[in-house]
Design a protein around this ligand. Structure first.
Ligand code: NDP
Length: 245
């Protein structure tokens, strides 16, 4: 009998870091549910790329700021996969502003997408992930660096760190681990938006490895935690930033 293929749900997998995680987990043998909010073409392209490489994937639309969409996404995953082994909650947005400037709309959006949605996804993952599975979330190195204008964004990600640490304890007895990865700057739409060449060069120069992070750098860390070697890491937020801090 063939062993059952392992399965993973990656949120925000149409672009950037999430797309790299979906590709990497598929390469490591997982069937992957590729969540997106709006970028249907990008999500379909990731699914096609995985299938061309003889992997298994499907795309599932859900705006995770919406509670009903989040439930629908997990229902779609349980319709397609007999078990769910790994959830990677990667979807997120970044809006910046000093305390004296940031308006209530940006504040509400950040909290809705980065914190409330994270709680809902982790909460449903806690119920749906099979015993022995893995729950992972994307935090941010800004919770350690604390740059001006990143206050609300970093606060939502610090919230993710706390949720993950508590969740790991609540999962006691099931062999399910929960961890967060906190990337430094990674060359994606989210990070590159509004930056000049000089900004990017300055950040690369501050990093001991002399470059910006790439989505595959983060996917490698996620693959380790999702794979057999990551079993003993639990309840942690791990900085993956080329040594920037
Ligand atoms: P991108 O902006 O490149 O991609 C964001 C992804 O999240 C897209 O797939 C997008 O879907 C999805 N998404 C956004 N909002 C929602 C929503 N409401 N519901 C469902 N999906 C949504 O971001 P990155 O790849 O750079 O970031 C991924 C994660 O990593 C984020 O949580 C971010 O905070 C974190 N991070 C990023 C860093 C960086 O430097 N890039 C550094 C540290 C942390 P769609 O395409 O459909 O809009």
């Amino acid at each position: 009998m063939h062993p059952r293929q392992k399965t993973a749900l990656v949120t925000g997998a149409s672009r950037g870091i999430g797309a790299a995680i979906a590709r990497r987990l598929a390469r490591d043998g997982f069937a992957v549910a590729v969540n997106y909010a709006a970028s249907v073409r990008d999500a379909d392209a990731i699914v096609s790329e995985i299938e061309r490489a003889d992997g298994h994937a499907f795309a599932v639309q859900a705006d995770l700021a919406d509670a009903g969409d989040t439930e629908r996404m997990f229902d779609a995953v349980s319709d397609r996969f007999s078990q769910l082994d790994v959830v990677v909650h990667n979807a997120g947005i970044q809006l910046l502003g000093a305390h004296a400037e940031m308006d209530g709309v940006a504040l509400d959006q950040l909290v809705a997408v980065n914190l409330t949605a994270a709680f809902r996804v982790l909460s449903r993952a806690a119920r749906q992930v099979s015993d022995g599975g893995r729950i992972l979330a994307l935090s941010s190195g800004t919770t350690a660096v604390l740059p001006p204008r990143y206050g609300v964004y970093a606060a939502t990600k610090a919230g993710v760190d706390v949720l993950i640490a508590v969740l790991a304890k609540e999962l006691r007895g099931r062999g399910v681990t929960a961890n967060a990865i906190a990337p430094g700057p990674v060359a994606t739409d989210l990070y590159l938006k509004g930056k000049t060449e000089a900004d990017l060069e300055a950040t690369a120069a501050r990093t001991p490895l002399g470059r910006l992070g790439q989505p595959d750098d983060i996917a490698g860390a996620i693959a380790f935690l999702a794979g057999p070697g990551g079993e003993w890491v639990n309840g942690q937020t791990i900085l993956v930033n080329g040594g920037l801090i």
